[in-house]
Ligand binder design. Structure first.
Ligand SMILES: Nc1ncnc2c1ncn2[C@@H]1O[C@H](COP(=O)(O)OP(=O)(O)OP(=O)(O)O)[C@@H](O)[C@H]1O
Ligand SMILES: Nc1nc2c(ncn2[C@@H]2O[C@H](COP(=O)(O)O)[C@@H](O)[C@H]2O)c(=O)[nH]1
Length: 195
């Protein structure tokens, strides 16, 4: 059975802003056929984003009611917006698919690890400050927002040593290949355990 405790893993992609977490997580997730656990957020949807594919976009009142109801396994406030992952979503996808992934900031990654222990495998992605800034600028982010995010760069980087794996994301294809190889071994190990 795919969802039993020995086959459940949640791969958490984390790291500083601009390191390429979303890009790499979605490519590695697709390569390894992992299911994505979507976050709920109160921030506005960006033009390129789709409801139910990038996030579940909800009103603040809806988010807070779910939070009071204990539905989130972790929730954080970033730049006055709420973000969170629901326990029911993780457990449903575990039951259906076994191997899932999420994209979280280091604070959320830490909370998820506390909650699910060995089922959580954290993949820390990083790049140097110049690259992180350049990438945000290249996608059109404003200077004030970039400066604000970069003020958290050192704090986010300090989480690297707590994570199970860390990869410098220089070349996208190379990074996805290295991560997929690493996590593939995880999936195979689980398959062998069942034999
Ligand atoms: N190795 C890479 N080389 C060049 N550009 C990259 C690389 N990885 C990602 N990018 C680009 O950098 C930008 C930021 O990537 P992404 O959105 O995946 O980062 P993130 O860590 O999720 O950051 P944020 O939370 O700020 O969105 C995107 O435009 C993406 O296409
Ligand atoms: N702890 C959590 N962090 C989350 C969640 N969903 C996204 N994120 C992180 O938020 C920031 C901003 O994301 P953006 O899409 O608004 O640019 C980024 O660091 C994400 O990784 C969540 O549910 N919990």
């Amino acid at each position: 059975m795919r969802g039993d405790a020995t086959r459940r893993r949640i791969f958490v992609f984390t790291g500083p802003d601009g390191s390429g977490r979303k890009t790499i997580a979605d490519m590695a997730g697709s390569t390894l056929e992992l299911k994505k656990v979507l976050s709920y957020t109160t921030r506005e949807r960006r033009p390129a984003e789709q409801e139910g594919q990038d996030y579940y976009f909800v009103e603040k009142e809806t988010f807070l009611a779910a939070e009071r109801n204990g539905e989130f396994v972790e929730s954080v406030s970033i730049d006055n917006h709420q973000y969170g992952i629901k326990q029911a979503d993780i457990e449903r996808l575990w039951a259906e698919h076994g191997f899932v992934y999420v994209i979280l900031n280091p604070q959320g990654a830490r909370l998820l690890k506390q909650r699910y222990g060995d089922a959580v495998v954290r993949v820390f992605l990083y790049t140097d400050r110049d690259n992180a800034e350049r990438r945000q600028r290249a996608r059109g982010d404003g200077e004030a927002l970039i400066a604000h995010r970069m003020s958290h760069y050192d704090e986010a980087m300090s989480y690297l040593t707590e994570c199970e794996y860390a990869f410098e994301n220089v070349d996208i294809a190379h990074t996805v290949f290295a991560i997929s190889n690493t996590l593939e071994r995880y999936l195979n190990r689980q398959l062998l355990n069942l034999d």
